[in-house]
Design a protein around this ligand. Structure first.
Ligand code: URP
Ligand code: ZN
Ligand code: ZN
Length: 467
């Protein structure tokens, strides 16, 4: 049964027009006025609403074993929450254990993702270097359709990679037509500062931002940009949180280097005052890395989005409940790092960006969907409302509001870092793979409805990857 989305305004990153959209099975097949559709077609009335490409969140961690515990949202609950917020595709970080085969990692992640309610892909983390890793990177790209590799410059003793490994991995990625993405924090400096703070008796969550100051992020960002320049590899920096790191990105871009930057919905809207709470649960809930910064940095990120120096807003969705956060009751360095946000990501950008006049609706589509599709080689299958594209669509009500709360969210956690925040601009319907997965507040996510999206490498023709 097809779906006709009627009377809406279609907004793509490049164009806005008044038109109806028809989806036949899992593809968009027609856009226009007075479309003739078969009897039995499901109708979504989008009068007064915007019809946009489903969101793409290219930075999630579902069911991640991290800091001694497993994050709460799995591929089902995480992608379902995404659908409730208008996101129809995620790219999750596949992080093999250090020393574990990359291919084993991919196979574990593929198995976990079988329950996904919406389409997905992976980035594969490289945390050490060897000839086996080099060979497996080739397989990851060519056989599995995953042309992006993640590197952590932080989390010493766990996923942190050194410069030598990054040089090799970046050079190999370039050879394969892949992009690298990097968590930029100097892990040695973080470990040094954590030990120093603990020695001085700072054990509460307030120690978290003190152990990860701006310099830690700025140094790593500048360093990784130089490494990518040496190997001539396209670079995507995840969760840029501060002005200094953004300036490093802007300088590199202006000098002609292929560097992309991602901001998180949370870093755009939450500042570091949250760590001052005397209530452990309250402050620990905000422990994530890089930490929340002072208000001036939030504004710098909005400026970066406006200027086009930040291309993507992601969530870095990794949820822990209060009990898990209490693992760090006596030691802030043991509080599992991570916060939720996949469900709220698009509304936060609309509310803070479009409603305040900082971004146009087309720019909203770019930073929440189309740019990620292009950077990660899924475009025009994803990130576009056009005949031939996947039937992944969000019908957006720019005037409706909701107040975010753990009582009503679809995340599998017992708190929300956005508790009590009212946002204007929310989905009224989400269509994923040609199914109505969310309609007027009712989530109809189906376990296993999502599929792995094979992506193509740079320099390889789109058609050759989709034959
Ligand atoms: O604190 C965070 N961001 N946790 C998830 C892992 C990462 O660094 O992206
Ligand atoms: Zn990270
Ligand atoms: Zn992350």
């Amino acid at each position: 049964m097809g779906i006709l989305i009627k009377n809406g305004t279609v907004v793509n990153a490049h164009q806005t027009l008044s038109a109806d959209v028809y989806c036949d099975a899992d593809k968009i097949t027609a856009i226009g006025k007075d479309l003739e559709v078969p009897a039995g077609t499901q109708i979504i009335d989008a009068d007064g609403k915007l019809v946009m490409p489903g969101g793409i969140d290219p930075h999630t961690h579902f069911e991640l074993l991290f800091m001694g515990t497993v994050s709460r949202d799995d591929f089902f609950s995480g992608t379902a929450a995404g659908l409730a917020g208008g996101t129809t595709t995620t790219i999750d970080m596949c992080i093999p254990d250090p020393g574990q085969s990359l291919l084993e990692g991919v196979s574990v992640w593929k198995q976990r993702a079988e329950k996904a309610a919406a389409d997905y892909s992976f980035h594969v983390a490289v945390s050490s270097w060897s000839t086996r890793v080099s060979e497996e990177m080739g397989e990851v790209v060519k056989t599995h359709g995953i042309p992006s590799f993640k590197h952590f410059m932080a989390y010493k003793g766990a996923y942190m990679v050194d410069d030598e490994a990054m040089l090799h991995s970046f050079a190999r990625a370039r050879e394969l037509g892949a992009i690298v993405n990097v968590h930029c924090e100097n892990g040695d400096a973080v470990a040094y500062l954590q030990a120093d703070l603990l020695r001085r008796g700072v054990t509460g969550p307030e120690g978290h931002p003190l152990s990860r100051p701006i310099e830690v992020e700025a140094e790593a960002t500048n360093r990784v940009i130089s490494i990518a320049q040496i190997t001539k590899t396209p670079l995507y920096i995840v969760h840029v949180s501060c002005k200094e790191a953004l300036e490093a990105v802007s300088r590199a871009r202006l000098s002609g280097q292929k560097v992309y930057a991602e901001a998180l919905g949370a870093h755009l809207t939450i500042d570091d005052s949250v760590y001052k709470s005397a209530d452990f649960d309250e402050a620990a809930g905000f422990v994530m890395s890089p930490p929340f910064r002072s208000k001036g940095h939030c504004q710098a990120l909005w400026n970066g989005l406006q200027a086009g120096h930040i291309q993507v807003v992601a969530s870095d969705h990794v949820t822990f409940n209060k009990e898990q956060k209490r693992m760090g009751r006596d030691n802030f360095a043991a509080i599992p790092n991570g916060t939720g946000g996949i469900e709220d990501r698009m509304s936060l950008v609309w509310d803070g960006g479009v409603r305040r006049g900082l971004l146009s609706p087309e720019e909203f589509v770019a930073v929440t969907s189309a740019n990620a599709a292009k950077i990660y080689n899924m475009w025009p299958r994803k990130g576009l409302v056009a005949p031939g594209a996947d039937a992944d669509i969000v019908v957006w009500d720019p005037h409706a509001s909701k107040t975010i709360s753990a009582k009503t969210h679809n995340h599998a956690t017992d708190f929300s870092i956005f508790e009590g925040r009212t946002v204007t601009g929310i989905p009224s319907a989400t269509v994923a793979r040609g199914r109505i997965a969310y309609l007027n507040g009712q989530l109809r996510a189906e376990r296993g409805a999502g599929r792995l999206v094979k992506r193509y490498a740079f320099g390889v023709a789109y058609a050759a990857n989709h034959a």
